[in-house]
Design a protein around this ligand. Structure first.
Ligand SMILES: [Zn+2]
Length: 160
């Protein structure tokens, strides 16, 4: 897969400008679609916090920053990290629009903010050439059950 983006994988823990960690995303069509004319401005003002926490990436909904696990940043697959960043950028847009990111009235796989993020991410995964099988593997994360995984694929617009 050829991606026009660059990931700076060797950074230590700390707070960085988005572009210091993930560069070239402002050129990605789907990112420009998410943020429109504000793309440059949003990405210029976005921060990434590198932590030795559990997990992969998430949006801190008090700071409006992307948090990434240091080890995952170092070792995660290119395609997965790329898609994760797209996913989190959808959440950043939702955060900017004042949406509740972690609405506990919904389960993870039924939460509207997650469904929107996964739908866009799955579209982008197809565009960069991942097969349905590869996308299904990408969506198989350890914190959801087999049943929820199937639901997530359906909700994301992926054929089972
Ligand atoms: Zn999410």
């Amino acid at each position: 897969m050829e991606l026009s983006i660059k990931i700076n994988r060797e950074l230590p823990e700390g707070t960085f400008k988005f572009k210091q960690v993930f560069s070239g995303f402002e050129q990605v069509e789907i990112v420009r679609k998410i943020f429109g004319d504000n793309t440059e401005k949003v990405l210029d003002n976005l921060y990434v916090i590198i932590e030795e926490s559990r997990g992969y990436l998430y949006v801190d909904d008090t700071l409006g920053a992307i948090v990434v696990n240091k080890d995952y940043l170092k070792k995660g697959k290119d395609e997965y990290l790329y898609l994760d960043v797209i996913h989190e950028l959808v959440h950043i847009k939702q955060f900017m629009d004042g949406k509740e990111l972690f609405d506990t009235n919904y389960s993870y796989v039924d939460r509207p903010t997650e469904i929107e993020a996964y739908r866009i991410t799955v579209q982008e995964a197809k565009r960069i050439g991942l097969s349905e099988k590869q996308i299904a593997d990408y969506l198989k994360v350890e914190w959801i059950s087999e049943e929820d995984w199937k639901k997530l694929m359906k909700n994301s617009g992926l054929k089972s």
